[in-house]
Each structure stands twice: as C-alpha cells, then as structure tokens.
Design a binder for this molecule. Structure first.
Ligand code: SDX
Length: 435
C-alpha cells in the first residue's frame, strides 16, 4: 500500500486563495515542504536570508542532528569512524557510499598515489605569488588552474570523468597545500613518496628538507589523520553550498572546488580555526580572559569568540568533543609547549559554559576551537590551518558535487529576491541632478 503523500495547505489571508504543497520526509531530520509550485499557485516567493529554514537539495551523504550533537557520514557515527577508520577510507566512504573491501581500498589508494603529482608547469604558478601570500590565496589560484591541465576530467555529465576529477583533487590537495607552505618558507618543494600513506606523505612534503630524511611522528600522523576525518564533510555548509551552486552552472570541478576554498577562507567558516588560535594567544598574553568574554557579549562590539557557536549544533559539536580529548592526550605525550594556550582554552570554555548569555544562545565550542591547538602543537603554522581544513573537506565537496550531477532533480541554482529598491523613475540629465 503506497504511503499517502503528506501535504500542507497554505492559505493567503489577503485573498483567501490556498495551495496544497507536498511534504517530503527523509530518513531522519525535519520533513521538507516542497515550495516549487508556490510561485505559480499563489505568486509568492519564500523568504529565508542565510537559508536558516531551507533545504537546498536532498542528500544521502551526511546527517547532522544539531540538538542531539549527532554527525554521521553515510550512516556511520563520527565517533566510530574517528576511532576505527582512517581519512583515506573515509574518502572512499563519502565518495562511493560504502566502506571499501580490502581490494576496493587497495585499488582506491593506488589511484590516489598515482595522481599525487602536479604537472611540472604548475610549479611556476607558486612563484607568481608574493612569498608572504596567505597559502589560502595560493590554494584558490592553483586549484582553479588545474582546470587548464585536466580537460579529460572536466565533463560534468560523464561519471567516469567526475570520479577521475575527484581522485585527482583528493590526491593533489596535499601536494598543493605542502608546496604553498614550502613556497612561503623559501624551501625547496618536496615530492610525494608512494611508499608512505596519505597523511604521512603530506607531513613529509610539509617538513622534509633535501638535506636529510624525515620520518613523520606516528603520534602526529594519527592526530592529523583524525583532524582530516572530522573535517571531511558537514552537509550543506557555506563552502559546500558554494561548490554545489558554482557546479550547477556546469562549471568544471576544479573551478567549483576553487570557489569552495574561497568560501571556506572566511573567519565565520573555515577560517575560524586560525582566528580561534589568534584569539587564544591574545587572551593568554593579555591575562584578562573576562575582558574578552564581556566584549563577546557587548552588542556594540563586533568581537565574537572564535571557535564558539554553530548554525546547526545547538548543543556540543561532536567533533569538538573528540578533538578536545585528543588535545589532552597529545599534549600529555609531547613537551606540551602549548599548555598555556590549552589552559586558556579550557578556562574560557568553562566560563562560557556557566554564563547565561552563551547558554541562552546555545554557544558551545565547535570543531575549530581545539583543532588549532593540535595543529600548532605539531608545528604547523597558523596560516596553514584553514588550508588543512580545505584539504580535508575536498572529498566532501566532491562527493556533494558528484551527488548533485547524479540527482535528476538538480538544475542550475538561481535564487530570487524580495526587491526593496526604488520604484520606476526617469533618467535625470547631469545638469539637473542634486537640485
Ligand atoms: C564552521 O556550517 C557548518 O557546518 C560549518 C562547519 C563545517 O564543518 O563546515 O561546521 C565549520 O564553520 C564552524 C563555525 C566556525 N565559526 C566560528 O567559530 C566563528 C564564530 N562563530 C560565529 O560567527 C557564529 O556562531 C556562526 C557564524 C558560527 C553561526 O552564526 P549564526 O548561526 O548565524 O548565529 P547568529 O549569528 O545568528 O548568532 C546568534 C546569537 C547572536 O546574538 P543575538 O543577536 O541573538 O543577541 O549568538 C551570538 C550572536 O551575536 N553569537 C555569538 C557567537 N556566535 C553567535 N556571540 C559571541 N561569540 C560567538 N562566537
């Protein structure tokens, strides 16, 4: 017996006209009212700045429950993936929808290793930037430029080409990220080595020098791999929505990912991990934590507590809980040169947790609050924090981009607006203006 289609009825109190709208019910989460017929039936648009109540698409990739602090990739709880999986296996899961068999993983890992090099002509692009350019600027430029080198993986209507583009981007992001860093230091670029696993390879390209071998510290490799897992995807966040909207015009995948990197750069989004550390450094140096808490509550002050709050998590960000625990473990095992910073982070979190202003607004630490402490404990420079977020999120972006092209309902994204500008008026000759 087919389930009866759920509907809602919208009545225009002005005209008495009404329309019955279908309701779509997903596996979990809020049902969605299908408003596609609204404009034709009643002549209205929906109005939702920031898309607080808007589902832009249907997706099977990631599920978030902001109230319960739930995050699942393809149904698997983030806590289990963080404990039992590794980043490259999570890449396979997000992209293909299932955990790989050992053979499937071996084939996937071989493909990623084979695509980790850049075309030699791309080396020159790095030299076009000032040496002190922010590595995110380099990433936006160089990733976009990949579209000039790989026309054989740019056709959005060809699944094989789409997946080849995904493999190329997952494989090349560590090389581009590490070279962006090396360029800023003036050191020689280090090439990937296929005998290393994905995260070890990235750390070696970041820190090895031609004069001596570099063995990645297993502790750091494990901590970084965890950070990559936790940042791999997060539903329709700003940068993923940017990738979907950019890609919906049939722009090639490299251009779409470059747009996603640009969106992630903002301190309200992926740039928050860098901003959170800068804030914690400033608070630690000032010795006056309460001053910053008061500023964050002051409506006349634009200052906000970086690493706190989330559009969806109105309880604890499950990723922050996992990273906080790893922070403790890692700092206990190394010479804990970041202890003052970590102490400040713990004290600030404790004060905020007891302050009604933040409790009423559901402001808790998010994924960016502690990740920076681990990265700085590993000697990764501040300017590389968001680059690492972009590296991790590339698989999420590509999984959503590919899902969009496999969704028959997908079409070019073109939101409308509520026009509040001038009514029709006639041109005024220059000599009559300002009268
Ligand atoms: C990421 O979307 C994702 O999934 C993103 C992400 C991912 O994995 O892709 O999870 C990654 O971007 C995490 C968020 C990183 N950003 C930051 O840490 C920057 C600081 N956080 C804020 O900018 C803010 O909390 C946002 C942007 C994260 C969320 O903003 P919202 O949901 O639009 O909330 P809001 O601006 O409407 O704030 C609601 C209230 C306001 O006060 P009132 O006007 O109600 O009195 O809370 C206040 C805000 O002033 N508020 C804060 C605050 N965040 C919100 N006050 C102080 N400090 C903060 N951090």
């Amino acid at each position: 017996m087919p389930q009866k289609q759920r509907t809602v009825t919208l009545i225009d109190n002005e005209t008495g006209k009404q329309v019955e709208l279908p309701v779509h019910v997903g596996t979990h989460g809020h049902p969605a009212i299908d408003v596609r017929s609204l404009n034709k039936a009643l002549g209205y648009y929906t109005y939702d700045p920031g898309y607080m109540s808007t589902a832009s698409c249907s997706s099977a990739i990631t599920y978030i429950d902001g109230k319960k602090g739930i995050l699942r990739y393809r149904g698997y709880p983030i806590e289990q993936l963080a404990e039992k999986s590794n980043y490259l296996e999570v890449c396979y899961l997000l992209l293909y929808g299932e955990l790989p068999t050992p053979d499937e993983f071996e084939t996937f890992e071989k493909s990623i290793k084979e695509h980790s090099m850049l075309h030699e002509a791309m080396r020159g692009f790095f030299g076009g930037f000032r040496h002190d350019a922010h590595p995110m600027a380099t990433m936006v430029g160089v990733v976009g430029a990949l579209s000039a080198f790989y026309p054989d993986s740019s056709s959005v209507h060809n699944r094989e080409q789409r997946l080849l583009a995904a493999h190329r981007l997952i494989a090349k992001m560590p090389t581009i990220a590490a070279w962006s860093y090396k360029y800023s230091t003036g050191f020689r670029f280090i090439y990937p080595r296929n005998h290393l696993d994905y995260t070890e390879n990235f750390l070696r390209m970041m820190f090895a020098v031609p004069t001596e071998e570099y063995e990645p510290d297993p502790l750091f490799t494990k901590a970084l791999d965890l950070i990559l897992i936790l940042h791999a995807d997060h539903e329709q966040n700003a940068s993923t929505s940017t990738v979907r909207l950019t890609g919906s015009s049939e722009a090639n995948p490299f251009a779409a990912i470059s747009a996603g990197i640009a969106s992630l750069w903002g301190p309200a989004h992926g740039g928050a991990n860098e901003a959170a550390i800068r804030m914690l450094q400033e608070i630690t140096e000032s010795g006056d934590l309460q001053k910053y808490v008061d500023r964050a509550k002051d409506k006349n002050d634009r200052f906000r507590l970086m690493g706190f709050g989330h559009r969806i998590y109105k309880s604890y960000d499950p990723r922050a809980a996992i990273i906080r625990k790893t922070c403790h473990e890692l700092l206990d095992k190394i010479d804990s040169r970041n202890t003052p910073l970590f102490e400040t982070a713990l004290r600030l979190e404790d004060i905020v947790a007891k302050d009604d202003y933040f409790i009423e607004r559901n402001l808790y630490p998010n994924v960016d609050y502690y990740s920076g402490i681990i990265l700085s404990a590993m000697g990764i420079p501040l300017s590389m924090f968001t680059v690492i977020f972009a590296l991790a999120r590339t698989v999420g972006w590509m999984s959503h981009w590919n899902e969009m092209w496999e969704d028959p309902e997908s079409r070019i994204g073109r939101p409308r607006q509520l026009y509040i500008g001038e009514k029709k008026r006639d041109y005024v000759p220059p000599e009559e203006r300002g009268a």
